[in-house]
Design a protein around this ligand. Sequence first.
Ligand SMILES: [Zn+2]
Ligand SMILES: [Zn+2]
Length: 161
Amino acid sequence: MGQLLYLICNKNKKHKKGFLLGTGMLFPKLYTGTVKKIKKGKYGEEIKKFLEENPKGAINCNSEIVRCSKCGNLKEVLNLSMYVPRKNNKDTNDSYVSPWKLRGKYKKVKEYKHICPKCSTVMKKVKIKYNEFGEITEVEKLKCPKCDGFAEWDGEIALWD
Ligand SMILES: [Zn+2]
Ligand SMILES: [Zn+2]
């Protein structure tokens, strides 16, 4: 199940943005749809080529937040890191690979570069801490993209599926 969180500016409560994190029930559909888009080149040449050269390769389709270090833009994205099966992994015929399967049975070979749509800078993953139950406990302190305040997590999460 995924988690929905809001980041709210400490100077202006109207600067509020919601992000869906993790994976939902529609994950298999999301995964196959994303692979199709990658193969069509929608996410650029590098990742397209990766799937062409690695037919058993997998993509991390976990939803995350990235931030632009230049303009402060915050964006919800699919991680899109590229993985290949580990040598002892015989189980590579699934139509989709979940993030928890990636962790055990695949090896990360390349990270996808998310480019800021506003200023074309490479965006960085926002650091989020989770407890042993997979619940969010802490979100990195972020500048508000709209003013000089900080975009803070209000401590609430909602679940989505
Ligand atoms: Zn930017
Ligand atoms: Zn603000």
